[in-house]
Structure formats: C-alpha cells, structure tokens
Ligand binder design. Sequence first.
Ligand SMILES: C[S@@+](CC[C@H](N)C(=O)[O-])C[C@H]1O[C@@H](n2cnc3c(N)ncnc32)[C@H](O)[C@@H]1O
Length: 280
Amino acid sequence: MSHKQQVVLGEVQETLLIPLYGRAVEARKPRSVLRDPRSVEMVDSIDYDFAKLDSSNQALFACAMRTAIIDEWVRGFLAEHPSGTVVELGTGLNTRFDRVDNGTVRWIDIDLPDVIELRRAFFGDKDRYRMIAASITEDAWLDEVVRSGGPYLLVSEAVLAYLAEEDVRSLFRRVASRLPGAWVVTDTFSRMLVEQILARDVRKVMSMKMLWTCGDPREVERWGVGARLLETRNLGQPQAALRRRMPPVYRVGMAVADRLGGRRLDGYRLNLYKVAEPDK
Ligand SMILES: C[S@@+](CC[C@H](N)C(=O)[O-])C[C@H]1O[C@@H](n2cnc3c(N)ncnc32)[C@H](O)[C@@H]1O
C-alpha cells in the first residue's frame, strides 16, 4: 500500500497540482529561475500521476516563470512594508511564504476547505503565518485580514480566472472598501489563450473551466471599482532584478520570446494594481 499523501480534490481545486509540479520541475534543474525545495518534496510525497503533465512542458515553465515574477513583486512590497500583511488568495500548495519570508511579514493563505485540509498535511499555522479555509467570493476572510493590520498585499496566481467576471468585480470592490490602499497582484488570461492554447495543452489532462477572461488588464480600471494598474508584464518581461538573477540562457530566451512572440505572450499578463487610497 502506498504511504504517499492521497489527494481528493474538486475539479477547480485539482488545478493546483499543475503549478506545484511546474515549480518542482523548475527547482530540480541545476540552473533555474526558482529555488523551491519544498515543492519538490511535496511532488515526491503526493500520490498523483504527475508524469501525465510532462507533455505540457511549456505550460509548466510558464507556471515557474509567473511564480518568480510574482515573488519579485512580493519582495518589492516587503522592502517598502517589512511588517505588512500578505494574503495569498487561492494559495493551493504554493510555497511563497517559504520563498520570500523576511522574518517580519504577517501572512495569510486562503483556499477552499478541501485544499486547506490537504495543505495542512504539509504546513502548519505558526507565529506570523496562518491558513483560512474559505471561498474568496465570501466576506468572512476579509474581517480576519483587516484584523491582521496593513499595509496589505493580496496575491492571486491563476485563481481569478476560475471566477465569474461579476465575482471578480465584486472582489475588487470589497477589497477597495475594506483594505483601501492595498496592492493587488493578479494575472489575466485572454479569451484566445483560454479557448485555443489552454484548451489544447492543459484541458487534455484536467477538465477545469476558466470563466473570467480579460485581454487588457486596464479593463479592470474601467470597471470603476477603485483599482489602478501600476505595472503589467508578460512572461517575457521579468523585472530587471529578476532578469539579472536568471541563468543566462533564460535571459536570452525570454528576450527573444518577448521580441518574436510578444503578441502571443500578451495573452497572459501579470498585473500589479493598487486599490483606492484611504481618504487623507
Ligand atoms: C491553478 S490553482 C493555483 C494555486 C496557487 N495559486 C498556485 O499558483 O500554486 C487555482 C487555485 O484557486 C483556488 N480557488 C478557486 N476558486 C476559489 C475560491 N472561490 N476561493 C478560494 N480559492 C479558490 C483553487 O482551489 C486552487 O487552489
């Protein structure tokens, strides 16, 4: 009998195994964009046929790259606000706290109950870190985040696309009203990317449905929910500090991809927003 960790997850929740595996594959390489030994440990100890994801190697690398770009924004927030609160929405089995912990950040990881139950097999609440089992479409988690104290950074990596657009708007609205001045990092998937590329590469192994598509991250500003776009990047446009740390072959590859495949890369964007400032 296998002593590996069993996973029993809903359809959307199961998608967390893709970025987990993407980070582990990347972290195993001798020269990589990500240091992430815990992802490797988790992949080795979970009872799941990860090999069936190997044919989607571009998608796996994209997962590692987006994680690295988001980590860099989190480090930037912590440089300005070392004791701020970082909230990871739809955290899955992300290991971001381990990768960027500066010794003073307060951190809250949120996901649906079955995911948090699985997460608790690997991680425990501690001094500055805890997990909340909740849907981000509900309100109660916001009360707990407010109690943690600001400034706030909310991160959602490959999560909002699983919500209906109205739920995404409502989330921004509630965050602006309860956490004014918060930074919000999220990604946007164009309809073309979801319908053509992901349908071909990823949906052959998983049957999840992506609902919110967005071809232009400025659209969120136009919703009038109090969000201002501060930065937007595709995967070929990592921050300068990250680019300097990348293995040289990646640096060249990303620059070429950005120049030649810019439009295709633009279907997926990583975005940093700030929600309305508190009244002075
Ligand atoms: C593709 S996975 C990404 C996981 C993680 N962000 C990462 O990068 O490894 C999508 C995650 O969103 C979570 N999720 C989807 N809808 C959610 C909701 N309404 N509330 C909380 N989490 C949700 C899923 O359970 C899953 O963990």
